[in-house]
Write a new protein. Structure first.
Length: 130
């Protein structure tokens, strides 16, 4: 089934809102990739369960369903924590080509070839000394 979500416009909006104006600004690009990945996975989750939700709302709904946390607490979570909370439910989703193609056109494919790769990037979290 074709996904008609405007992924190009989402990337453009995230880019304008967080303005990663330099190549060295990897933290902003990481945040953009995390939010974009949640939208993609949220859309896939909503489609799988026939929810009338999209993107982050579907992710937040899944978290509320699983943990019974209040919406305001769920909305306060950073993107990575939202992913961690329901990563098992997101693992086997079928992701359509449209968002991945949009990421290659408009996103930062040299940093994250797929926006879903952002969840595997822990390089900024590893302590320099153990």
């Amino acid at each position: 089934m074709k996904d008609n979500f405007p992924y190009d416009k989402l990337i453009e909006h995230l880019y304008k809102k967080h303005s990663p104006d330099t190549e060295r600004n990897t933290h902003k690009w990481k945040y953009i990739a995390e939010v974009f990945a949640l939208y993609v996975q949220g859309n896939a989750l909503a489609q799988k369960y026939s929810w009338d939700l999209k993107g982050i709302e579907a992710i937040e709904y899944a978290i509320i369903q699983k943990y019974s946390w209040p919406l305001h607490d769920v909305r306060d979570l950073i993107p990575r924590d939202k992913w961690i909370a329901i990563h098992a439910a997101l693992k086997d989703l079928t992701i359509p080509e449209e968002p991945l193609e949009a990421w290659c056109r408009e996103g930062k494919p040299d940093l994250y070839p797929s926006p879903l790769d952002v969840w595997q990037d822990h390089s900024t979290e590893i302590p320099q000394t153990l």
